[in-house]
Design a protein around this ligand. Sequence first.
Ligand code: ADP
Ligand code: MG
Length: 565
Amino acid sequence: MLAMSSCLSHCRHHHQVRLHRGAGPDRPWPAAASFATPLRRRAARAHAMSAEAPPGVAPAEPGPGTATQAAILSEMVEDAAVWCAVHGLVVGDRENPRSGTVPGVGLVHAPVSLLPARFPTSFWKQALELAPLFNELVDRVSLDGEFLQESLSRQVLYSVWCSSDIHVELRFRLPPSTIDSQRIVCHAKLVTLNFKRNSVLCYLTKQVDDFTARLLEIHEKMMAINKKEDIRLGLHRSDYMLDSETNSLLQIELNTISTSFPGLGSLVSELHRNLLIQYGKVLGLDSERIPRNWASSQFADALARAWSEYNNDSAVVMMVVQPEERNMKTLAQVEAEGKINTDGTLVVDGRIVSVVYFRAGYSPNDYPSEAEWKARLLMEESSAIKCPSISYHLVGTKKIQQELAKPNVLERFLDNKEDIAKLRKSFAGLWSLDNEEIVKSAIEKPDLFVLKPQREGGGNNIYGHDLRDTLVKLQKEQGESLAAYILMQRIFPKASLTPLVRGGVCFEDLTISELGIYGGYLRNKDKVIVNNPSGYLMRTKVSSSNEGGVATGFAVLDSVYLTDE
Ligand code: ADP
Ligand code: MG
């Protein structure tokens, strides 16, 4: 008879599959089930003890294996792979050249963990509670165009009070021929004239980076025409890690554009529930401890409600996607086929668009030519509901995350002191590179920091020796590129040995997990229609890898197993 225990020690958050025989779980079966080869196990243990391993990692004491347990585990792996295939928990197979070009061809099960990650219920509740607060914060910040412009560019060269002085200033400082209504190019830098009441603020903008500057340009054009978005839709995801040093839930970042995996994330929770319904007894795990995950239907519901608020039965919801996807439009197609009617309606390929949902547009690679930028501007200028609007997009940048963490900035946007305290508690240390003291500390102890450029989508952050070298280089240059990065306190989650399944093969490795809580938000003027936590995404990555992207191959999809700890 097989009995079970769920976890090796309190410090590991994944379930070590260890089966027991006999009457009591404290009589370990001589063969702890594991997929790891002895060599791999030694490597994992060596890593756990190395200086690079996050604090709190205790190496596992592996036991010998038996044929029975190995059989059960390989049965689970097979069941998992079949479940994935039957329920569409699949992704394009990069090894198949026809994948992505022929529908239904070249699919492979998504990389997943075999069992859900342990997560304390108290932190789970805290993360859920934060979702509507972050949604509201995004909305409030998005309305403050000046804040976004000022934070994302570096700034005020001089300001002039009283309109009569303006011409003197401009003639004196800038050749009139370069004046382009609101914006001027001066010494190859962007200068923004901001007409407000009868004053002029003249910013000499140090561009944060070229890509963000282009987004800011669209945002600025919308400010210039006083564009208002009455209906605002946000499909966000706030990502967290549990910091083992401080035993606290700390935010990694807030995503406001193309938040990934609401669909597959929901399915992984179902996969794990099914595996535990089948094998839970033998593993000592309760399938009911995996929270239900309705992310895909909740996001779909928010999109449908936005469509309904737009109030045009013949209008469509348009998804903007990267090339090699189907049934949607790329930015280039929108540019070629799109126009705006005189009433502001967006029409693409002859169809009125009520909602534009961006699954592309967050990366410079999505804009290979001016056509894509034109398309982005066209959509922004239209009356279609944008998910996200340019303002929501900019609120999700890492620079804004860092600005919001400064003292007294949240107070600018929110009134409720308790809400402010809850949000602030989830902020890790965040600094701009203007802060010389922190830059010095980061050069001395690079392992305690992460250096982040203004990019989304994984694979961009800088760690360890590279972080030190980059900071030293940036310091020497003392140029504008300093503004293109932020420094963040490095968060150290506890690591656990986890069975991971990729390409039908199961292997065990030391991993850490990152929890994302989706948040749907929809409002029409003063009426908030949706503001909910909308499901979750757990991603688990090998702890030796710095980056966390599933699509980029660093992590696997996972779900949550709530514990009482
Ligand atoms: P991206 O926009 O590329 O997703 P993130 O800020 O989410 O940028 O960083 C990517 C990954 O790097 C995260 O998923 C996480 O695994 C890791 N990471 C980011 N910030 C930290 C941090 N402060 N401490 C530890 N790991 C981090
Ligand atoms: Mg991220």
